[in-house]
Design a protein around this ligand. Structure first.
Ligand code: SF4
Ligand code: SF4
Length: 71
């Protein structure tokens, strides 16, 4: 099981991709689906890649990402 849970609020996401660009493990990607605002939101590509650094959560201007530890 992945060590961390990356919770992304797709309706808050404005598609800026800052999280995708700054994730050191390339664990995030743009979804092929859109949210209610018509934006291609970000989703987790591979949970096993996430090291729980929280860079994505800190950098997100919409506070759409939360990192939780799985135990
Ligand atoms: S940084 Fe936040 S608003 Fe920007 S793409 Fe990522 S989740 Fe969406
Ligand atoms: S917590 Fe770090 S490794 Fe995990 S998705 Fe966010 S930026 Fe990437």
């Amino acid at each position: 099981m992945a060590k961390f849970k990356v919770k992304i609020d797709k309706e808050r996401c404005k598609g800026c991709k800052l999280c995708v660009i700054f994730c050191p493990k390339q664990a995030l990607q743009e979804s092929k689906k859109i949210n209610k605002k018509g934006i291609y939101f970000v989703e987790l590509k591979n949970p096993d890649l996430c090291i729980g650094c929280s860079t994505c959560a800190v950098i997100c201007p919409e506070c759409a990402i939360e990192i939780l530890k799985n135990d």
